[in-house]
Design a protein around this ligand. Structure first.
Ligand SMILES: [Zn+2]
Ligand SMILES: [Zn+2]
Length: 395
């Protein structure tokens, strides 16, 4: 049986005995449960069979002094750890009277009142176990880390390519300056909760079981505020507007997410701040497109420019360049202006890719028409014999 099984099973509850029960009490309890749930007395009752098996398993461990001690130790260790992580009520003195089995509903009675989903806690335990250290000691939990904040920003195309620093205004919850987060009117202090005495949980006894739940009087915080802070009305938090100067690196792309560590919400009671995630939208440019580090540009050329060749002056994001179009350049040919793309972090730059688009005039003058007809007479027919062959076959 794995240690994890031990955590999930409350053998005392299965047998209906107290944790302090003597070996004799345990033996008696086991006999009673075994008798009641014995398959011979409950033919065809799967619940009884399950109970019978569970009782045997429990008795197997609890009847052996050494294994019982191991079992108790493990559960007390993790019982307290789980409590701190789950209920987040810092100051549990001495950290204990809390039974994990209550969370898992191992005891049966009162299962409907569980505040914490069993599955969530199982996940929690899985993560503790996969965490490694043999004894499974959970690291001490410091004050809660502040939440991560997400925001979106739209950059101009050129700013994204070149990099830019922009002030970013964020509205986010922050600690109230008037009461420094404790929610009490200045000059007063929050008081220890009289119901849970600061523990943040209350324990209810029912038969030999005890059930713990977050204190209703203080909502699990452990303190109550009598005179509320006028600024935050006792919550300790206010919505704050912050302005941050955010540096967007050259080449930042549409859809990219930039993480600014520690610029999210402040932590609770001095805990570390969360992170700020900025989702970048890049506004399209009216001329340039972008593929990775290359910029793209489409340049219309005339038929004669393509046939005879020409030098083209084209804009880049910074200045203009001259591109040589060699004679006989087909439509759709891509010319490359090296280093005129996005400058990467390593100092290398992408290229500007210029696509030539041979434009066919919708209308021509009479002179142009005459010249074109003369040109046509000098031009060999287009190479479409392969198409003509197919046309003869299918047509
Ligand atoms: Zn309380
Ligand atoms: Zn306040």
């Amino acid at each position: 049986m794995s240690s994890k099984d031990w955590l999930e099973k409350d053998f005392y509850a299965v047998l209906g005995v107290d944790k302090a029960a003597s070996a004799d009490d345990i033996k008696k309890a086991y006999r009673k449960v075994a008798r009641e749930s014995h398959p011979d007395h409950n033919p065809g009752d799967p619940k009884a069979e399950e109970r019978f098996k569970a009782a045997s398993e429990a008795y197997n461990v609890l009847s052996d002094a050494g294994r019982r001690r191991e079992y108790d130790e493990m559960r007390s260790l993790f019982g307290s750890g789980a409590f701190r992580r789950g209920a987040r009520a810092g100051g549990q003195p001495g950290g204990m009277p809390f039974d994990v089995s209550d969370l898992f509903g191992g005891g049966g009675a009162g299962a409907g009142d569980r505040r914490f989903g069993g599955a969530g806690f199982q996940d929690l335990f899985s993560s503790i176990f996969s965490g490694g250290s043999a004894g499974g000691q959970a690291a001490p939990r410091g004050p809660a880390r502040g939440r991560d904040v997400e925001t979106e920003v739209a950059l101009d195309f050129g700013d994204a390519v070149r990099g830019v620093t922009l002030p970013l205004t964020l509205r986010a919850p922050g600690v109230c300056d008037t009461c420094h987060g404790n929610g009490a009117k200045p000059g007063t202090q929050p008081r220890t909760c009289p119901v849970c005495h600061g523990a943040g949980v209350t324990t209810r006894n029912q038969g030999s079981f005890s059930f713990s739940e977050p204190c209703r009087n203080c909502q699990g915080v452990g303190t109550v505020v009598e005179e509320k802070c006028p600024e935050c009305h006792g919550s300790g938090g206010v919505t704050k507007t912050r302005t941050l100067n955010v540096r967007f690196p050259a080449g930042v792309a549409d859809g990219q997410r930039i993480r600014l560590a520690g610029r999210g919400e402040p932590g609770e009671r001095g805990g570390p701040a969360g992170d700020l995630f900025v989702h970048v939208k890049v506004r399209p440019d009216e001329l340039f497109g972008r593929t990775g580090d290359d910029l793209t540009l489409t340049v219309p050329v005339t038929f004669t420019e393509a046939v005879l060749g020409t030098d083209l002056r084209v804009p880049t994001l910074d200045g203009a360049v001259t591109l040589r179009v060699p004679p006989g350049t087909p439509s759709g040919r891509v010319l490359r202006a090296r280093g005129k793309g996005v400058v990467r972090r390593d100092g290398q730059a992408g290229d500007l890719l210029v696509t030539l688009d041979v434009v066919v005039p919708a209308r021509v003058s009479d002179e142009a028409r005459a010249a074109l007809e003369a040109f046509a007479e000098q031009t060999p027919p287009a190479a479409r014999e392969h198409l003509d062959a197919r046309v003869r076959r299918v047509g």
